[in-house]
Each structure stands twice: as C-alpha cells, then as structure tokens.
Design a binder for this molecule. Sequence first.
Ligand code: ADP
Ligand code: MG
Length: 455
Amino acid sequence: MGFEYLGLSEGLLSVVEKSGYTEPTPIQKQAIPGILQGLDILGIAQTGTGKTASFTLPMIDILSEGRARARMPRSLILEPTRELATQVSESFEKYGANSKLTMALLIGGVAFADQEKKLDRGVDVLIATPGRLMDHMERGKVMLNGVEILVVDEADRMLDMGFIPDVEKICKAMPQKIQSLFFSATMPKEIKQLTDQFLKNPREIQVSAPASTAKTISQFLCIIKGGEKEKRIALRHLLDTQDIKNAIIFCNRKSVVKVVSKSLSVHGYSVGELHGDMQQSIRTETLAKFKNDEIQFLVASDVAARGLDIPDVSHVFNFEIPNNPEDYVHRIGRTGRAGREGKSFTLSSPAEKKYLNFLTKFLGKDIPLYEIPSLGAKAKDIVAEKLPSPAAKEPRKKKAVAKAIEPQKTEPQKTEEKEKNDKPTTQRQGNTAVIGMGDHVPAFLLRDDTVKSKE
Ligand code: ADP
Ligand code: MG
C-alpha cells in the first residue's frame, strides 16, 4: 500500500514521491490517518522506523489552513536534543517545500535573534528542546495558548535526560483541546504515567515489541582478552577486515570517546568524535561531515548520538557494553534502518561480563560470537563460569548496581585494597573512572596523554 491511501494532500504526495519514499513504514501507515482525523496518538516504534515523517507529514496538511499569531505558535514539537530538533526542522523544510508554513527552532547553542524575530512574527511550527522552551516561556517570549498540536518525540530519551518534569510543566501549560502525539521507542512506566495524564483516548500504535532490535541487523559479540588497549587493536582489526561504508563507534563515556578517536586518528583512520562536551557548532559540523562521507568513522557517546538520523550507516561498533541495555538497542538501531542491511559488533572485555550478562538477559538471547584471530578469547573463556576473569580478582565496585541487577554469587575477598576502592566509582577517581571496566582501570586510561604515541 502506497502513501496515496493515507489521506494526505496531492501536493504533499508529490513531495513524498520526490523524496524517494515509495511505501509508508508501518508506523506511518497507522499514525498518519489517525493524526489527520485529529486523534491523540501514542506511537511506540523502534528507532529508525520513520516516526519523524509519521507526524511531520500530516501536520503539514493540518497546519496548511489557518494563520499564526505573534508569539503564539500553532504547533509545538519537543525533542530531547538539539540534533534531533534540527533533523525534524529539516524534515519540515523538505516536506513543507510546497507549503507556506513558518517555523522556528529553539535549541541551545545557537544564536537566538533570528528565531526570536520569527517567533514575534508568528510561527506555525515551533521545534524546541524542553529547557530552552521553558526559558522562553518564563521570559514571556512565547505563549502556548495558541497551540493546536503538541508532539513529544523520543519520549524515552527525554526521560533518560531528565526532561520529564519540564515536559510535564509544558503539557500543563497547553490549552485543553489540543491534539497530542507522543512517540517513543520504549515505554517505561514514567512515560506511561505521562501519557495516561495527557493523552485523551489515544490511538495506541505499537509497531513491534518495545526495545526489540531491527531484524535487518546482524549482531556479533567479540570477547576481548585484556582491556582497552586490546580493544583498540581489535577494533582496528575489524575496521580493516569488514566491508565498511561508514560506522559509528559507541563508547560509554566521553573520556573513552576522546581516547578512541584520538587513537584511530593517530593510526590514520578518517575519524570524528561526538560527545556532550563539544560546542554545538562543532557537533553540527562533525555530523555534516559524517553525513557527506568526509568522515568514515564517528566515535560517539550515547547522549550525543541517540536518535540521530544518519540513514546509511553500514556498521555499528560498541567499544563497550552499554551500562543500560536499552542503549544497546538504540545504538545498533543506527544501522539496518528502514529495511537496509546492517552489522553491529560489540566488544566485551572480561571485566564487563556482568553488563554482558545483563544485556543478554534483556535481549532474551545470546549475541552470536565473532572471533578475532589471536585477540578474541575463546568462547569458553567467558562461557565457563569456573575460569576466573581478571575482574573477579579485583575488588568489586558499583556493588549497589550489581545487586540491583542480579544477586552476587561470590563475595569478593576483603582486602585492604577493597576497603580503599569500595567507594562509588565516580568519587574514586573524580570523573576519570571507567564505567563498565570492573575495578581494573588501566593507568593509561586515566592519563590525558594516552594516545600521543602509537601503541
Ligand atoms: P525514527 O524517528 O523512528 O528513529 P526516522 O524518522 O529518523 O526514524 O527515520 C529513519 C530513516 O528512515 C530516515 O533516514 C528516513 O529518511 C527513512 N524513512 C522514513 N520513512 C521512510 C519511508 N517511508 N521509506 C523509506 N525510508 C524512510
Ligand atoms: Mg525519531
């Protein structure tokens, strides 16, 4: 079934056709007619399933009638990050090419004079991150009483980033009779509470089980004996031997992002990095270079990369097992998008075994092993519980977390070393501790000059 049966206008259909989409994705098929009918929507679909067009397309048709008044946007789209907000605005620009819709972006890190001027003149679509919007509301720069449609996109990501209280305040500042559309890849209870409160009799669309991974992704697990240095060698081996168009390499922390990207660049790879410490302009520039194939590999943290629409990633590498299994789903969701084939490789050191167990429990299945010659430990090294892993000898850290995840079977030996180290990771080394490495944080990782020389 094509787009022509969804109730979109002729003008819009021709733009869609030009953009190369021939078939609506399942979420688009189900959401677009409902939105055009004025229903509230709760759309739960994994990353990469085309949620953006599922709300931008019908909104363009709905908003094509009527006029915006000064400082009173007619629709509001909340996005958790600047990058996502920018992408949605690009989507409006692309599909709205034949319409006269006006739009403003309220996101951190960019100059506001222009956006405020636009707001003053009146906009049909306001795209904002919650914090920045609250700022403007408090200063009387924007009023929400003219909003007809509210979109809360990537709701689970909002939760991760601590935006839910802001989102709730914003929802409460809305007129009673608005149409509300919520989209999320997963449905944690906090989001459920929010949607119970603010959605009116919503049409609930669930495209696949929450937090399931796309079927077009082949996933592999590489067990790496050793620590980060060995992982970097293994990563280079994979980059050299796999047929890679482009790839995102995920790390858990920005300090590791920096080390890995520096190391790859020293070894002559075409690489850029993306993490929360970077200036917005540089983030945007890096992302643009990656999209234009000027950079082949992007080393990124979760916060910086979640939800980014980079259509053609052939590979995803997890340099570390994510501490939060749902992040795994989001990470590998960067490949295999919209039906394309993709591959993901996850590197795990013995010290991360706990997180690996947690992840496979969450996925409900093992990730197939991929052996890296001479580097990858044999499967039995991790599968056989009897073999002591380096981590087991080290004092445990993050015990509270470990307990919450699964009961600890063996009590680590109480030694003086343990007493010293048995504090929360983050306090032990300032912010240099490496999450997911057990207690063994190799000294080289705690230095700033780690990769000045080739290893
Ligand atoms: P989500 O928000 O669900 O993570 P996006 O809206 O960012 O997903 O879309 C993911 C990718 O799929 C984008 O590259 C987008 O251009 C592409 N896409 C969306 N809808 C279609 C479609 N109907 N046909 C082909 N590709 C599509
Ligand atoms: Mg999205």
